[in-house]
Design a protein around this ligand. Structure first.
Ligand code: UDP
Length: 332
Protein backbone atom coordinates (compact mmCIF):
# COMPACT_ATOMS: atom_id res chain seq x y z
CA UNK A 1 0.00 0.00 0.00
CA UNK A 2 1.16 3.59 -0.62
CA UNK A 3 1.01 5.35 2.74
CA UNK A 4 1.65 9.02 3.57
CA UNK A 5 2.99 9.52 7.10
CA UNK A 6 2.67 13.03 8.56
CA UNK A 7 5.14 13.53 11.39
CA UNK A 8 7.06 10.58 9.99
CA UNK A 9 10.40 11.89 11.33
CA UNK A 10 9.07 11.99 14.90
CA UNK A 11 9.46 9.42 17.64
CA UNK A 12 6.36 7.30 16.99
CA UNK A 13 5.84 8.30 13.35
CA UNK A 14 9.34 7.21 12.31
CA UNK A 15 9.02 3.88 14.14
CA UNK A 16 5.79 3.23 12.21
CA UNK A 17 7.33 4.40 8.93
CA UNK A 18 10.28 2.03 9.30
CA UNK A 19 7.93 -0.83 10.18
CA UNK A 20 5.76 -0.15 7.10
CA UNK A 21 8.84 -0.12 4.86
CA UNK A 22 10.16 -3.32 6.44
CA UNK A 23 6.82 -4.99 5.67
CA UNK A 24 7.03 -4.00 2.00
CA UNK A 25 4.71 -0.97 1.96
CA UNK A 26 5.63 2.16 0.01
CA UNK A 27 5.57 4.82 2.72
CA UNK A 28 6.89 8.40 2.83
CA UNK A 29 7.31 10.77 5.75
CA UNK A 30 6.08 14.38 5.57
CA UNK A 31 7.65 16.40 8.37
CA UNK A 32 8.73 20.00 9.00
CA UNK A 33 11.64 18.75 11.18
CA UNK A 34 10.69 21.14 13.98
CA UNK A 35 10.59 18.20 16.36
CA UNK A 36 11.43 15.28 14.07
CA UNK A 37 14.86 14.03 13.04
CA UNK A 38 16.13 13.54 9.51
CA UNK A 39 18.29 10.64 10.76
CA UNK A 40 15.19 8.77 11.95
CA UNK A 41 13.94 8.43 8.35
CA UNK A 42 15.49 6.03 5.82
CA UNK A 43 17.16 7.70 2.81
CA UNK A 44 14.83 8.95 0.12
CA UNK A 45 11.71 8.65 2.30
CA UNK A 46 11.41 12.21 3.65
CA UNK A 47 9.44 15.10 2.19
CA UNK A 48 10.18 18.25 4.21
CA UNK A 49 7.05 20.35 4.58
CA UNK A 50 4.49 21.74 6.99
CA UNK A 51 0.98 20.36 7.41
CA UNK A 52 -0.27 23.96 7.65
CA UNK A 53 0.56 24.37 3.94
CA UNK A 54 -2.52 22.69 2.45
CA UNK A 55 -1.49 23.05 -1.20
CA UNK A 56 2.04 21.72 -0.66
CA UNK A 57 0.56 18.87 1.33
CA UNK A 58 -1.95 17.99 -1.41
CA UNK A 59 0.83 18.10 -4.03
CA UNK A 60 3.03 15.81 -1.93
CA UNK A 61 0.19 13.32 -1.37
CA UNK A 62 -0.65 13.28 -5.09
CA UNK A 63 2.93 12.99 -6.28
CA UNK A 64 3.48 9.99 -4.00
CA UNK A 65 0.20 8.46 -5.17
CA UNK A 66 -0.79 7.80 -1.55
CA UNK A 67 -3.86 5.63 -0.89
CA UNK A 68 -3.96 6.24 2.87
CA UNK A 69 -2.64 8.70 5.47
CA UNK A 70 -1.26 8.05 8.94
CA UNK A 71 -1.44 11.33 10.83
CA UNK A 72 1.18 11.71 13.58
CA UNK A 73 2.24 15.35 13.14
CA UNK A 74 1.25 17.21 16.32
CA UNK A 75 2.42 19.08 19.38
CA UNK A 76 2.59 16.49 22.16
CA UNK A 77 3.85 17.92 25.47
CA UNK A 78 1.13 18.04 28.10
CA UNK A 79 2.92 20.61 30.29
CA UNK A 80 3.68 22.89 27.33
CA UNK A 81 0.04 22.80 26.27
CA UNK A 82 -0.93 24.41 29.58
CA UNK A 83 1.52 27.30 29.17
CA UNK A 84 1.29 27.61 25.36
CA UNK A 85 -2.16 26.38 24.25
CA UNK A 86 -2.03 28.50 21.08
CA UNK A 87 0.78 26.30 19.71
CA UNK A 88 -1.21 23.13 20.44
CA UNK A 89 -4.52 24.38 19.02
CA UNK A 90 -2.78 25.70 15.89
CA UNK A 91 -0.67 22.60 15.23
CA UNK A 92 -3.17 19.98 16.21
CA UNK A 93 -6.54 21.42 15.22
CA UNK A 94 -5.71 23.87 12.40
CA UNK A 95 -3.00 21.46 11.16
CA UNK A 96 -5.44 18.55 10.97
CA UNK A 97 -8.06 20.72 9.25
CA UNK A 98 -5.42 21.55 6.62
CA UNK A 99 -4.58 17.86 6.25
CA UNK A 100 -8.22 16.80 5.83
CA UNK A 101 -8.66 19.46 3.13
CA UNK A 102 -5.46 18.32 1.39
CA UNK A 103 -6.68 14.71 1.49
CA UNK A 104 -9.96 15.78 -0.14
CA UNK A 105 -8.02 17.66 -2.84
CA UNK A 106 -5.85 14.60 -3.43
CA UNK A 107 -8.76 12.13 -3.30
CA UNK A 108 -7.46 10.07 -0.37
CA UNK A 109 -10.25 8.47 1.63
CA UNK A 110 -8.57 6.42 4.38
CA UNK A 111 -6.65 7.51 7.47
CA UNK A 112 -5.32 6.58 10.88
CA UNK A 113 -5.18 9.26 13.55
CA UNK A 114 -2.78 9.33 16.53
CA UNK A 115 -5.12 10.09 19.37
CA UNK A 116 -4.25 9.62 23.01
CA UNK A 117 -5.24 8.03 26.29
CA UNK A 118 -5.09 11.59 27.65
CA UNK A 119 -8.55 12.14 26.13
CA UNK A 120 -9.88 9.86 28.92
CA UNK A 121 -8.20 12.22 31.42
CA UNK A 122 -10.19 12.25 34.63
CA UNK A 123 -12.51 9.46 33.48
CA UNK A 124 -13.48 7.56 36.65
CA UNK A 125 -12.99 4.11 35.11
CA UNK A 126 -9.43 2.74 34.93
CA UNK A 127 -8.34 0.62 33.02
CA UNK A 128 -10.11 2.45 30.20
CA UNK A 129 -11.81 0.76 27.28
CA UNK A 130 -12.88 2.57 24.14
CA UNK A 131 -16.35 3.23 25.61
CA UNK A 132 -15.00 4.93 28.74
CA UNK A 133 -16.05 8.55 29.12
CA UNK A 134 -13.59 11.07 27.72
CA UNK A 135 -12.81 13.87 30.16
CA UNK A 136 -9.55 15.52 29.05
CA UNK A 137 -7.66 17.59 31.64
CA UNK A 138 -5.09 19.43 29.50
CA UNK A 139 -5.23 21.63 26.40
CA UNK A 140 -3.19 18.96 24.56
CA UNK A 141 -5.78 16.29 25.32
CA UNK A 142 -8.63 18.63 24.40
CA UNK A 143 -7.06 19.27 20.98
CA UNK A 144 -6.83 15.53 20.37
CA UNK A 145 -10.45 14.97 21.38
CA UNK A 146 -11.57 17.86 19.14
CA UNK A 147 -9.69 16.28 16.22
CA UNK A 148 -11.38 12.94 16.86
CA UNK A 149 -14.71 14.75 16.38
CA UNK A 150 -13.44 16.68 13.36
CA UNK A 151 -12.50 13.42 11.64
CA UNK A 152 -15.87 11.83 12.49
CA UNK A 153 -17.70 14.86 11.07
CA UNK A 154 -15.62 14.92 7.88
CA UNK A 155 -16.20 11.18 7.45
CA UNK A 156 -19.95 11.68 7.71
CA UNK A 157 -20.13 14.67 5.36
CA UNK A 158 -17.48 13.93 2.76
CA UNK A 159 -16.85 10.18 2.98
CA UNK A 160 -13.70 9.08 4.80
CA UNK A 161 -12.70 5.77 6.33
CA UNK A 162 -10.84 6.24 9.62
CA UNK A 163 -9.39 4.46 12.60
CA UNK A 164 -8.66 6.50 15.71
CA UNK A 165 -5.80 5.03 17.76
CA UNK A 166 -5.66 6.12 21.38
CA UNK A 167 -2.08 5.48 22.46
CA UNK A 168 -1.02 5.08 26.01
CA UNK A 169 2.60 6.13 26.79
CA UNK A 170 4.89 5.53 23.83
CA UNK A 171 8.29 4.36 25.03
CA UNK A 172 11.39 2.28 24.26
CA UNK A 173 13.74 2.21 21.29
CA UNK A 174 14.50 -0.09 18.38
CA UNK A 175 16.07 -3.28 19.77
CA UNK A 176 19.28 -2.71 17.76
CA UNK A 177 19.76 0.61 19.60
CA UNK A 178 19.69 2.61 16.34
CA UNK A 179 16.49 4.64 16.76
CA UNK A 180 15.05 6.06 19.95
CA UNK A 181 13.46 8.90 21.85
CA UNK A 182 15.07 12.33 21.50
CA UNK A 183 13.01 15.39 22.35
CA UNK A 184 14.31 18.90 22.88
CA UNK A 185 13.64 19.77 25.62
CA UNK A 186 13.10 16.27 27.00
CA UNK A 187 10.09 16.10 29.31
CA UNK A 188 9.28 12.38 29.29
CA UNK A 189 9.85 10.19 32.29
CA UNK A 190 11.90 7.25 30.96
CA UNK A 191 14.43 9.29 28.93
CA UNK A 192 14.89 11.68 31.86
CA UNK A 193 15.58 8.82 34.26
CA UNK A 194 18.06 7.28 31.80
CA UNK A 195 19.80 10.63 31.35
CA UNK A 196 20.27 10.67 35.14
CA UNK A 197 21.76 7.16 34.91
CA UNK A 198 24.19 8.49 32.27
CA UNK A 199 25.20 11.35 34.57
CA UNK A 200 23.64 13.99 32.28
CA UNK A 201 21.19 15.18 34.94
CA UNK A 202 21.41 15.19 38.68
CA UNK A 203 18.00 14.02 39.83
CA UNK A 204 14.41 13.33 38.83
CA UNK A 205 11.61 15.61 39.88
CA UNK A 206 8.63 13.39 40.68
CA UNK A 207 5.56 15.47 39.92
CA UNK A 208 3.37 14.84 42.96
CA UNK A 209 2.95 11.94 45.38
CA UNK A 210 -0.50 12.93 46.63
CA UNK A 211 -2.63 11.37 43.89
CA UNK A 212 -5.24 8.75 44.79
CA UNK A 213 -2.99 5.89 43.64
CA UNK A 214 -1.30 3.17 45.76
CA UNK A 215 2.03 5.06 46.13
CA UNK A 216 0.59 8.51 45.44
CA UNK A 217 2.39 8.99 42.08
CA UNK A 218 0.72 8.98 38.65
CA UNK A 219 0.11 5.71 36.88
CA UNK A 220 0.69 5.20 33.15
CA UNK A 221 0.72 2.29 30.69
CA UNK A 222 4.07 2.30 28.85
CA UNK A 223 3.79 0.72 25.39
CA UNK A 224 6.83 0.06 23.19
CA UNK A 225 7.01 1.95 19.88
CA UNK A 226 7.49 -1.36 18.00
CA UNK A 227 4.18 -2.54 19.49
CA UNK A 228 2.56 0.75 18.45
CA UNK A 229 3.98 0.21 14.96
CA UNK A 230 2.61 -3.32 14.64
CA UNK A 231 -0.82 -2.04 15.75
CA UNK A 232 -0.70 0.68 13.07
CA UNK A 233 0.06 -1.86 10.38
CA UNK A 234 -2.86 -4.06 11.45
CA UNK A 235 -5.15 -1.02 11.66
CA UNK A 236 -4.27 0.44 8.24
CA UNK A 237 -4.74 -2.95 6.60
CA UNK A 238 -8.21 -3.15 8.17
CA UNK A 239 -9.26 0.42 7.29
CA UNK A 240 -11.50 0.75 4.23
CA UNK A 241 -13.35 3.88 3.06
CA UNK A 242 -16.31 2.61 5.13
CA UNK A 243 -14.40 2.08 8.40
CA UNK A 244 -15.37 4.17 11.47
CA UNK A 245 -13.25 2.61 14.21
CA UNK A 246 -11.41 3.36 17.45
CA UNK A 247 -8.85 1.29 19.34
CA UNK A 248 -6.78 1.73 22.47
CA UNK A 249 -3.11 0.76 22.16
CA UNK A 250 -1.63 -0.11 25.53
CA UNK A 251 -0.36 -3.19 27.37
CA UNK A 252 -2.96 -3.17 30.15
CA UNK A 253 -0.17 -2.90 32.76
CA UNK A 254 -0.12 0.25 34.90
CA UNK A 255 3.17 1.57 36.35
CA UNK A 256 3.50 4.39 38.83
CA UNK A 257 6.30 6.94 38.46
CA UNK A 258 8.14 5.17 41.29
CA UNK A 259 7.60 1.76 39.62
CA UNK A 260 9.30 3.19 36.51
CA UNK A 261 12.19 4.48 38.62
CA UNK A 262 12.64 1.02 40.14
CA UNK A 263 12.45 -0.71 36.73
CA UNK A 264 15.12 1.66 35.41
CA UNK A 265 17.32 1.06 38.46
CA UNK A 266 17.07 -2.67 37.83
CA UNK A 267 18.00 -2.33 34.16
CA UNK A 268 20.88 0.12 34.58
CA UNK A 269 22.15 -1.28 37.90
CA UNK A 270 22.32 2.17 39.55
CA UNK A 271 20.31 4.15 42.07
CA UNK A 272 18.30 7.05 40.66
CA UNK A 273 18.06 10.16 42.81
CA UNK A 274 14.75 11.92 42.97
CA UNK A 275 12.85 14.64 44.80
CA UNK A 276 9.08 14.84 45.05
CA UNK A 277 7.85 18.23 43.84
CA UNK A 278 4.46 19.78 43.07
CA UNK A 279 2.05 18.18 40.62
CA UNK A 280 2.53 19.09 36.94
CA UNK A 281 -0.56 20.94 35.68
CA UNK A 282 -2.51 18.91 33.14
CA UNK A 283 -1.44 15.44 34.39
CA UNK A 284 -4.17 12.82 34.81
CA UNK A 285 -3.81 10.59 37.89
CA UNK A 286 -4.06 7.19 36.18
CA UNK A 287 -4.25 6.11 32.52
CA UNK A 288 -4.16 2.36 31.84
CA UNK A 289 -5.52 0.64 28.74
CA UNK A 290 -8.07 -2.11 28.52
CA UNK A 291 -6.55 -3.33 25.22
CA UNK A 292 -8.74 -6.36 24.51
CA UNK A 293 -10.61 -4.81 21.57
CA UNK A 294 -7.37 -4.43 19.59
CA UNK A 295 -6.31 -7.95 20.56
CA UNK A 296 -9.66 -9.56 19.72
CA UNK A 297 -10.51 -7.68 16.53
CA UNK A 298 -7.06 -7.31 14.95
CA UNK A 299 -5.06 -10.07 16.68
CA UNK A 300 -2.55 -7.61 18.18
CA UNK A 301 -0.23 -8.79 20.95
CA UNK A 302 2.45 -6.61 22.59
CA UNK A 303 5.96 -8.01 22.28
CA UNK A 304 7.05 -5.89 25.27
CA UNK A 305 4.43 -6.28 28.02
CA UNK A 306 7.13 -6.00 30.74
CA UNK A 307 8.31 -2.43 31.47
CA UNK A 308 11.86 -3.70 32.13
CA UNK A 309 12.14 -4.98 28.56
CA UNK A 310 10.91 -1.62 27.28
CA UNK A 311 13.45 0.23 29.43
CA UNK A 312 16.25 -2.13 28.31
CA UNK A 313 15.76 -1.09 24.67
CA UNK A 314 15.69 2.58 25.66
CA UNK A 315 18.85 2.14 27.75
CA UNK A 316 20.69 0.59 24.78
CA UNK A 317 19.74 3.63 22.63
CA UNK A 318 20.72 6.18 25.29
CA UNK A 319 24.11 4.52 25.88
CA UNK A 320 24.82 4.39 22.13
CA UNK A 321 23.50 7.94 21.51
CA UNK A 322 24.18 10.03 24.62
CA UNK A 323 23.46 13.15 22.55
CA UNK A 324 20.42 11.66 20.83
CA UNK A 325 20.36 12.06 17.07
CA UNK A 326 23.00 14.81 17.39
CA UNK A 327 22.93 17.65 14.92
CA UNK A 328 20.65 15.96 12.40
CA UNK A 329 17.64 17.62 14.03
CA UNK A 330 16.21 20.49 12.10
CA UNK A 331 18.64 20.14 9.19
CA UNK A 332 16.26 20.49 6.28
N1 UDP B 1 6.93 12.63 35.32
C1 UDP B 1 7.62 13.00 36.46
N2 UDP B 1 8.81 13.68 36.32
C2 UDP B 1 9.32 14.01 35.09
C3 UDP B 1 8.60 13.62 33.93
C4 UDP B 1 7.41 12.94 34.10
O1 UDP B 1 7.19 12.73 37.58
O2 UDP B 1 10.38 14.65 35.02
C5 UDP B 1 5.65 11.91 35.45
C6 UDP B 1 4.47 12.68 34.87
O3 UDP B 1 3.91 13.53 35.85
C7 UDP B 1 3.55 11.55 34.45
C8 UDP B 1 4.48 10.40 34.10
O4 UDP B 1 5.74 10.72 34.71
O5 UDP B 1 2.75 11.15 35.54
C9 UDP B 1 4.68 10.24 32.62
O6 UDP B 1 5.00 11.50 32.08
P1 UDP B 1 5.51 11.68 30.60
O7 UDP B 1 5.82 13.12 30.41
O8 UDP B 1 6.60 10.70 30.29
O9 UDP B 1 4.27 11.25 29.68
P2 UDP B 1 2.75 11.79 29.68
O10 UDP B 1 1.97 10.83 30.52
O11 UDP B 1 2.73 13.19 30.17
O12 UDP B 1 2.37 11.69 28.24
Amino acid sequence: MKIFVTGGAGYVGSACLRHLLAQGHDAVAYDNLCEGHRAAVPDGRLVVGDIADTDALARAIKSHGSEAVMHFAAATYVGESVTNPEYHYRNNIAGTLSLLNAMRQAGVDRMLFSSTCATYGLSPKCPMDEQSPQDPCSPYARTKLAVEWMIRDFAEAYGLGFTLLRYFNASGASPDGEFGEDHDPETHLIPIVLQIALGQREKLMVYGDDYATPDGTCIRDYVHTDDLASAHLLAIEATTPQTREVFNIGTGNGQSVLDVVRACEEVVGKKINYDVVARRPGDAPALVAAPSKLMDRLGWQPRYPDIRDVVATAWKWHQAHPKGYGDSKGQA
